[in-house]
Design a protein around this ligand. Structure first.
Ligand code: KIV
Ligand code: ZN
Length: 524
């Protein structure tokens, strides 16, 4: 039986979440997310799959250096090379906070063993024993997962779990890999394991649910009610296909329904909104307005009857407060006459400490914005500063733009950008101003194999003078990057976002090419 009611929150946004198409993040972006997850009180951060690529390895290693409280974890198949890569990548965590986890997995369902692994049950049991034993040589915090566990036959699952625990696994995860389970069946799997596996008390049981039937959160909570004490989840529920259980939903369900879910966790819920928005900004995956907990409409009451009820007693229609998840009105902050000192201290209050040069550039942009926009809100400053931070190390920079738009063509863009310190200008006709801008960028820096996969504009605040926040997603032979840009002028924001994406694409291309060279160097 479960030892107590403390729930371990295991976040896999940077591994399972990042695996979803279009969600890939670079090192800087993963570090931003890892710091926020750590500050928020997540217990375990699954930082990546170190064997997958040198980039993934580096991300796990760098995250392991900066995380202060959470346990950093690396994923590995049941192969020695994978486990060694995870061990090496998480090694800095032992210095940084004394802890690090290796997570190893293998499929256990009949379907996966027959077709995917082409391995017999005995061979799978042997691989479990080997992989967990190897992992235990590097750390005493080893998690073992039964991939497709929810579709695994009970007798074999019991044998597999017993073998993993005997070999030293301290956490046993039973994923609903394909999102097929129903809450009662999933709960029954945990009850069955607790009743039948003799050494089950030596490990913590974990849930890991995918959302193909929209049941990931319900299944996770059912597993917890049946005795699991670790929940694997992601911010905004991002993940393979329909995603994973959303962290904010499982946590707020436990908090709001503590009467039936009397469990404790370490999450500081007021940090939920910021981390959700940061992730949307990085990936370009905005959550739908009606998304539970973090959607724009999650706390808004439109109908007259509801508004009337809420005014009389907020509890009539509100089961949790927007403040409890850190959702608050964006405050009016600064104006045209605010000085550098007020600007700097407001940024510090919002959690940004910029270096002198970045502060100087951001202040100049703030002044330009204040000339165009009467009221500057906190969200305006956040968009502006995040935009400045995003382009801190760019080799290609936006300089200036003039566009000709309207119903009488031709629509034109005259764009100047700096490439390695040298200014280049192109005047290009297009099918509308955005097309003309993107063509001008492509004329300055040709990248014929890249395809535009997403172009998305969103207003930072209300009003026609609101800043535009643009996301551009590019894909080059399966390599995906997201770029962001913010400006009071939507066309300028579009150019900035495209250039940001292009910078990331070229960095990623370079990294992959040097990885391939390394591979060639070691291949006889
Ligand atoms: O969904 C799954 O089965 C997984 C495992 C690798 C844990 O993500
Ligand atoms: Zn998964």
């Amino acid at each position: 039986m479960a030892k107590n009611n403390d729930i371990i929150i295991f976040d896999t946004t940077l591994r399972d979440g990042e695996q979803s198409p279009g969600c890939s993040m670079n090192l800087e972006e993963k570090l931003i997310m890892a710091r926020l997850l750590d500050e928020m009180g997540v217990d375990v951060i699954e930082a990546g799959f170190p064997i997958a690529s040198r980039g993934d390895f580096e991300c796990v290693q760098e995250i392991a250096k900066v995380v202060k409280n959470a346990v950093v974890c690396g994923l590995s198949r049941a192969k020695t090379a994978d486990i060694e890569a995870s061990a090496e990548a998480i090694a800095p965590a032992f210095k940084a906070n004394g802890r690090g986890r290796i997570h190893t997995f293998i499929s256990t369902s009949p379907l996966h063993m027959k077709y995917k692994l082409q391995m017999s049950e005995d061979a799978v049991l042997e691989a479990i024993h080997e992989s967990v034993t190897t992992a235990r040589k590097f750390t005493d915090d080893v998690e073992w997962s039964a991939e497709d566990g929810s579709r695994t036959e009970d007798d074999f699952l019991c044998q597999a779990v017993e073998t993993a625990i005997k070999a030293g696994a301290t956490t046993i995860n039973i994923p609903d890999t394909v999102g097929y389970a129903l809450p009662a069946d999933y709960a029954a799997k945990f009850t069955m394991l607790m009743n039948r596996v003799p050494n089950i008390d030596k490990a913590i049981l974990s849930v890991h649910c995918h959302n193909d039937l929209g049941l990931a959160v319900a299944n996770s909570l059912a597993g917890v009610q049946a005795g699991a004490r670790q929940i694997e989840c992601t911010i905004n529920g991002i993940g393979e296909r329909a995603g994973n259980a959303a962290l904010e939903e499982v946590v707020m369900a436990m908090r709001t329904r503590a009467d039936d879910l009397p469990y404790k966790n370490n999450i500081e819920t007021t940090k939920i909104t910021k981390i959700s928005r940061t992730l949307s900004g990085i990936t370009g995956f905005n959550v739908q307005p009606n998304k539970a907990i973090v959607g724009a409409n999650a706390f808004s009451h439109e109908s007259g009857i509801h508004q009337d009820g809420v005014l009389k007693n907020v509890q009539t229609y509100e089961i949790m407060t927007p403040e409890s998840v850190g959702m608050k009105e964006s405050k009016l902050v600064l104006g045209k006459h605010s000085g550098r000192h007020a600007f700097k201290s407001k940024l510090e209050e919002l959690g940004y400490n910029l270096g002198d040069n970045a502060l100087q550039d951001a202040f100049k942009r703030f002044k330009d914005l204040a000339d165009k926009k009467k009221e500057i809100f906190e969200d305006d400053l956040i968009a502006l500063v995040e935009d400045e931070v995003a382009r801190a190390h760019e080799a290609m920079k936006f300089v200036s733009l003039q566009v000709r738009a309207g119903s009488e063509g031709p629509q034109m863009a005259t764009l100047t950008m700096e490439v390695d310190g040298e200014a280049h200008t192109q005047e290009v006709e297009g099918n509308g101003p955005v097309d003309a801008i993107f063509k001008a960028i492509r004329a300055i820096v040709p990248h014929p194999d890249a395809r535009l996969k997403l172009y998305q504009v969103h207003a930072v605040t209300g009003g026609t003078d609101a800043q535009a926040e643009v996301t551009v997603r590019l894909d080059e032979n399966g390599m995906t990057v997201n770029g962001q840009g913010a400006d009071a002028d939507t066309m300028v924001a579009s150019a900035r976002a495209y250039i940001n994406a292009l910078n990331k694409l070229i960095t990623k291309r370079g990294r992959i090419m040097s990885e391939e060279q390394d591979m060639r160097a070691v291949t006889p």
